[in-house]
Design a protein around this ligand. Sequence first.
Ligand code: CTP
Length: 406
Amino acid sequence: MSSLKDKNIALGVCGSIAAYKIASLIRLLIKQGANVQVIMTRDAAEFITPLTLSTLSKNPVLIEYYDKKTGLWNNHVELGLRADLMIIAPASANTISKLANGLCDNLLTATYLSAKCPVYLAPAMDLDMWKHPATQHNVQKLLSYGNTVIPPGDGELASGLVGEGRLAEPEEIIDFLLSHLNPNLPLKGKKALVTAGPTYEAIDPVRFIGNHSSGKMGYALAERLQQLGAEVTLVSGPTALQTPKNTVRIDVQTAQQMLQACQQHFADADIIVMSAAVADYTPIDVAPQKIKKKAEDFSIQLKKTTDILAFLGSNKATHQTLVGFALETENELENAKGKLSRKNMDFIVLNSMQDKGAGFGIDTNKVSILSKSGEIRDFTLKSKAEVADDICQVIVQHQQLIEQHS
Ligand code: CTP
């Protein structure tokens, strides 16, 4: 039986071009057996007619506190208390800002303040509005109130720009809700932080020190952790990959930016998987202009970057599972064991460059997983999705052990 069956859903619709997708979302919610009560802002009614949404939801659509035709007052307290679930989709930057700051100048925002049920927000806006620190700060505030954000998708936006900010597709919203509400998923309620891809360390405005990491392994891990019920934040260096469904992606370029993003999300995370190929060194000075070809010999002075994994390992809490990677070309086991204990990890995933089908850019991998307790598990050559599954099984077992002992 669907976990949405017989649920009373207060569906808040804000003014955004993405409001047209809500017609499909309502149909899918009804198909799951939910009762849907739509509450729109006035602007939302400019984008899609209340008649369309009331016909599909089989309920009158509410916009104003007071209905002039019927003479009835739309009681936001009752609406909020009756709801088993509140979904705000599309959630505009304006409404997100109001909710984060407790404003209630319309029926939707007042219902939010009165609701005691879980609240899910599916943002939709232009990529720069989504990325703006003010919006991100408001989103963090809503997360701190216990609300859940259904991550926006990546792609073409109504402005013509391409990037993150698209309302998640109705099917994705339903998948997200079903997996979030499913009590049987092993990582339900857990938060995961995953790093992926290379870092680029600038030499001058057009050149950088980088590496061949494609990010495929990290993205496969983020996807699998999400499927197992975790809320995933993916900190990604430059890659050409699509953001995995229903994960929050933070784009970074340099090791320093990756460190800052990890520091911001580390304390909240139960699971941390560091699969990024982080530069160990970065130029001491970045030339402000393109460096011109002059002398026969040329050298760049480098300084060490902070070892992000070692930093997180030294601050690790008892509820956390910390997983790192090692890509080795010689003395593989010995080097991996050294890193495992030096950086205080629970597990290290070892890739050997000597194994055919393992390493950067390809779709397969061959790994061994070494645990803190000395166990070594060798796996055969597999697709990166299957390797991600093997790693996630180890993580699930570790999280279960942590729960048994807490
Ligand atoms: N790592 C990190 N920050 C760095 C360097 C590495 O978080 N500045 C992480 C990687 O994400 C990986 C693990 O540390 O999970 C091991 O990375 P690797 O480059 O193999 O190890 P190093 O400690 O840098 O050792 P070396 O380069 O000497 O092999």
